[in-house]
Design a protein around this ligand. Structure first.
Ligand code: SUG
Length: 448
């Protein structure tokens, strides 16, 4: 049976703004308070989805969330009508209003960890929503994320959904941003590679000194247990704490994998040789030939990687077996990175082509091409069981482009977030979107 990697991209929500909310994420911190353009952000994301679809890849779309999250503000003690809740928060605790307005659910690589059916004990595709509990603005995403994923992958014969892990830092889980799957073919049993930043319960593991390590070993292990993965199908590795301290807040900022290939920076991991040997052995026993491409620090520094997002790229398999790298425009803007990419594609190796996308609106918050997509490997039967409303087609692209044009503002700054009208705009847009994507009642609000 045929199988595919389907990329579900997060649609940028109408409140996209630069809140400076993510300590440890260099772009988020350095662009804090800048004016944003939600319309442009959404259109840039849609253009990437359309381009991948046009290239023949399977592409889907994941809906944004209601923001500001008035229900979350109510839990923090702001009361009254929705408009009063927003105005009170603006007056008394602007940072909390800003956090409750973030469109951060667009970075769906953090929505969940997904294990394909070929890897799981019960032969279903498993999803665990990420608790994202390192940052308040992201920790409020998972209840809606679970409902949206449930509406997209509803058939219980094929899809199993797990609630987010306990909402404490010891089980900090950032989803697929720290998870990669290696396989010979998407439909065959593969090796799932979990990368953690620290251990919460075992003090022998080192930890970063400056910035938080968002993913714990114990969270990764819990996800592997929930999904029914076998020991032979899992490899754990620790991120180098010093790169976290240089702004590598997720592993997908310094490594990306696909098929049998891992593309990574020399400084990305601890005990790299041991990890590579384990990946090679385990994938080998599953019929695969593990290959790694190490980018030396002498050619590309960690700082280059963090600024250009070279590794936050999408590594895609083409029909002839070679690979294509989807990178953000910022890679072209960095001389060393661009030179490296030229030499990579002309070397006759596996990665033959680089395609560049302008994702500046998302990049300025630390979200590149790979952050914007959730990969779900599916066989033909499973793909047919996905809610067809969320699969990208040329007409859906046109409809969504018009929908963005109708509902999104082209400028947003902090003071706009205090305007209750923004909530109404968001609700009206999402109400229409649930019909376009045939999602049903995934949002808790009601339009009066
Ligand atoms: O969690 N930025 C996101 C970026 C997530 C990128 N995802 C991956 N690497 N997979 C984060 O730090 C910034 C929001 C703000 O500052 O307004 C933010 O949440």
């Amino acid at each position: 049976m045929k199988s595919y990697e389907v990329n579900f991209d997060g649609l940028v929500g109408p409140t996209h703004n630069y809140g400076g909310l993510s300590y440890g994420n260099v772009a988020s911190q350095s662009n804090s308070q800048q004016g944003s353009n939600p319309k442009e952000a959404a259109l840039q994301g849609l253009a990437k989805m359309k381009a991948l679809m046009d290239m023949g890849f399977q592409q889907g779309v994941l809906a944004p969330q209601e923001r500001p999250d008035v229900a979350a503000l109510r839990k923090l003690g702001f009361a009254g009508t929705d408009a009063q809740v927003i105005q009170l928060a603006a007056k008394q605790a602007m940072p909390l209003l800003v956090a409750s307005c973030s469109a951060s659910s667009m970075w769906v690589a953090n929505a969940a960890t997904v294990s394909p059916s070929a890897d799981t004990a019960d032969g279903r595709v498993h999803f665990t929503a990420a608790n994202l509990n390192c940052k308040y603005h992201r920790s409020i995403e998972h209840p809606t994320t679970s409902r949206v994923l449930g509406a997209m992958f509803a058939d219980q014969k094929h899809f199993a959904h797990h609630a987010a892990l306990p909402a404490v830092a010891q089980f900090g889980d950032e989803g697929a941003a720290n998870h990669t799957r290696f396989c010979r073919d998407y439909g065959q049993a593969g090796v799932e590679f979990f990368v953690f930043g620290r251990s919460a319960f075992d003090t022998r593991y080192p930890a970063p000194q400056k910035y938080p390590a968002r993913q714990t070993l114990e969270a990764s292990q819990a996800v592997a247990r929930l999904h029914g993965l076998s020991e032979e199908g899992v490899v754990y590795a620790q991120q180098n704490p010093s790169v976290i301290d240089q702004g590598v807040f997720h592993n997908d900022v310094i490594a990306v994998g696909n098929g049998e290939v891992l593309f990574y920076h020399e400084d990305a991991f601890l005990e790299t040789e041991k990890m590579l040997a384990e990946l090679q052995g385990k994938l080998g026993r599953r019929g695969g030939n593990f290959q790694s491409i190490c980018v030396p620090r002498a050619q590309v520094t960690v700082e280059d990687a963090v600024r250009s997002y070279l590794f936050n790229s999408q590594l895609l398999s083409r029909v002839d077996g070679s690979m294509l790298l989807i990178v953000p425009e910022e890679c072209r803007g960095n001389e060393r990175v661009w030179q490296y990419l030229q030499s990579l594609t002309s070397s006759g190796g596996l990665i033959r082509e680089v395609k560049v996308f302008d994702l500046k609106q998302s990049m300025q918050n630390g979200g590149g091409p790979a952050c914007l997509r959730l990969r779900v490997a599916l066989n033909e039967t499973e793909l047919a069981a996905v809610n067809p409303g969320v699969i990208m087609t040329a007409p859906l692209y046109d409809t969504l482009t018009q929908w963005v044009g109708k509902h999104y503002r082209d400028r947003l700054c902090e003071s706009d977030l205090a305007d209750p009208q923004l909530l109404l705009e968001c609700r009206t847009a999402l109400d229409e979107l649930t019909q376009i994507l045939k999602l049903g009642a995934v949002y808790p609000f009601q339009i009066n």
